[in-house]
Design a protein around this ligand. Structure first.
Ligand code: NAP
Length: 532
């Protein structure tokens, strides 16, 4: 199946002060296939100059304020400008359904300039507040217009499930309405309607030149579309993976997994999926993704606050939750039947193997060799829970030091004896610890409070000590710098992040993960964020 030909359209606002040549050139160089000339308040001469000079085919839009535009023209003035634009024969003219309905004479005036071999008419409809309940009927009305070549709807979704609806509409477009459909959901919850546009064969989509130049909320940049989300490589059968969280915009998983797909030539794309904390929203979105025809959903990474929801979801849908994930009570990885060797929905936890592999790699041993070690785990929250479960499973002796002793106690009670020994201790006793391995599972030292450190400078570490910080921003925390000064072996939190991503990647794709690429991408992104 060949790659899709969805055209990436970059909006350029034509105002009395726009440097038209420079703006058009910049848009073309960004990788855009089409340039949308937003002529809301453009002087007529500037609009015509832009149509004439554009190095790419253009879409001319004169957007009314009641559909999210900025035009302060009257209906008649906008209609006159649209007819003037049509006479100059741009590749596309975008006119709102409501404008065409309110001004029937405009349809007649545009008729000589639109149609086969002439300007293509995009009929559009926008709702910046909600998903209209009569979306399909609106598309019916658009399709009934004589000169409509492309039907476009854009709205604000309530959840990611509404964005899945847009992909279904685009997918059904030609067969249901006889015309291609561009259905877009706005805002972060709507992002997949843009990021997966090529896979779902949308005729065109919109992307911003840069983060400050969005013409609708949630619009990714052209660079992100092409480089991160592999827009040019997407095909109908491209596999989809993603990360669920709230918030999820900061997640580095899309950077890492998409780079992995590119490196290993795996035909997949990995997208962010912001889902609010409730189980109802979680299950509705995952159901929508899993049942959408041709989605080819293979795997989901799950982060805060949904790891318990993911476990419940897999159980309620009749899937298998792997033993240790069930003991931990948290699933951070869902593998869908399309990716699973036994064609089963599966829930697992990749945090503990990620952490244990990071440790084992640094110590040049196998996970099983951790059995003879004494480990100090500082903290008793979610990260500590996964790590303690893993350490106990592989037979290590673990001492949990925590600010709230009772939390350390209940965590120790849960995992003591499965198989290793797990005991709680008071945080004040940490300096007396005689453990070989120390793991920070508190947020102490994390950006922006980088001065934080769970141990005093006098801590008794030597060359044989291994010091692991789950915090990965900054890369070298005060905890790790102190360990370096004392000659200990240090393990940065990035290694755990990479380790858990490796496990997920292999389960989603069935291929070995490109570990060094993961590491490089992660460090590059963290450096870029620190610099900005
Ligand atoms: P969490 O569930 O909120 O638990 C935080 C733990 O830290 C609790 O035990 C808490 O003690 C303790 N704590 C918090 N503030 C403290 C302070 N000022 N002094 C002493 N103890 C303090 O958080 P989490 O999800 O486990 O995350 C912990 C860290 O792990 C985060 O920094 C996160 O970045 C990191 N992490 C890294 C990865 C990775 O891939 N590298 C993955 C997951 C998490 P109380 O019990 O007294 O509240």
């Amino acid at each position: 199946m060949s790659a899709s030909h969805t055209k990436i359209t970059v909006p350029v606002f034509i105002t009395p002060t726009t440097d038209i040549r420079v703006s058009l050139q910049t848009a073309a160089e960004s990788g855009a296939d089409l340039i949308e000339l937003r002529c809301d308040n453009a002087p007529e001469a500037a609009m015509l100059e832009a149509i004439r000079l554009s190095p790419r085919p253009v879409v001319v839009t004169v957007r009314a304020p009641w559909e999210g535009g900025q035009s302060n023209r009257t209906d008649d003035e906008r209609a006159a400008l649209l007819v003037t634009a049509a006479q100059a024969q741009p590749a596309y003219l975008d006119v709102e359904l409501l404008t065409l309905t309110r001004l029937p004479a405009l349809q007649d005036a545009l008729a000589p300039y639109c149609g086969a071999g002439k300007t293509q008419l995009i009929v559009s409809n926008h709702d910046f507040e909600k998903m209209p309940s009569d979306l399909a009927q609106r598309l019916d009305r658009m399709a009934a217009l004589k000169f409509a070549d492309i039907l476009k709807v854009a709205f604000m979704p309530a959840t990611v499930a509404d964005a899945v609806t847009t992909l279904r509409l685009s997918h059904e477009g030609l067969s249901r309405w006889g015309k291609p459909v561009v259905a877009l959901a706005m805002g972060p919850k709507g992002q997949i309607s843009r990021l997966l546009g090529a896979k779902f064969n949308q005729p065109l989509t919109f992307a911003a030149l840069n983060a400050k130049a969005q013409s609708a909320p949630g619009q990714p940049t052209v660079h992100e579309m092409i480089e991160r989300y592999r827009f040019r490589e997407q095909r109908v059968n491209t596999a989809v993976c993603g990360v669920i969280g709230w918030p999820v915009g900061h997640s580095l998983s899309p950077h890492v997994h998409n780079a992995g797909f590119r490196e290993t030539h795996f035909d997949g794309v990995y997208v962010p999926l912001p889902i609010e904390p409730s189980y109802e929203e979680f299950s509705a979105v995952v159901d929508a993704l899993a049942t959408c025809p041709d989605m080819h959903l293979r795997g989901l990474s799950v982060t805060i606050p949904h790891k318990e929801n993911a476990l419940r979801y897999v159980r309620e849908r009749g899937g298998v939750v792997e033993d240790l994930a069930a003991h931990i009570g948290a699933v951070n990885t869902i593998v869908f039947p399309e990716a699973d060797a036994d064609r089963t929905l599966r829930g697992l936890n990749s945090d503990y193997p990620g952490a244990l592999d990071a440790l084992a790699r640094a110590m040049h041993v196998a996970r099983e060799d951790l059995a003879s070690r004494r480990v100090a785990v500082i903290g008793a929250g979610g990260a500590a829970r996964a790590i303690v479960a893993g350490l106990a499973h592989y037979g290590a002796t673990t001492v949990i030091y925590n600010r709230t002793f009772e939390n350390a106690q209940s965590l120790a009670n849960e995992f003591n004896g499965k198989t290793g020994k797990v005991v709680p201790a008071r945080l004040e006793k940490l300096c007396d610890s005689c453990c070989d391995i120390w793991i920070n599972c508190t947020p102490l030292g994390m950006h922006p409070k980088i001065e934080g450190c769970p141990v005093p400078e006098s801590v008794n570490w030597g060359r044989d000590t291994v010091v692991f910080d789950t915090v990965y921003n900054p890369l070298y925390t005060r905890f790790l710098k102190l360990a370096q000064e004392k000659g200990a072996t240090v393990v940065p939190g990035t290694e755990m992040f990479v380790g858990q991503a490796v496990v997920q990647y292999e389960r989603f794709t069935g291929h070995a993960a490109p570990v060094q690429v993961f590491r490089d991408v992660l460090l590059h992104e963290l450096n870029a964020r620190q610099a900005s």
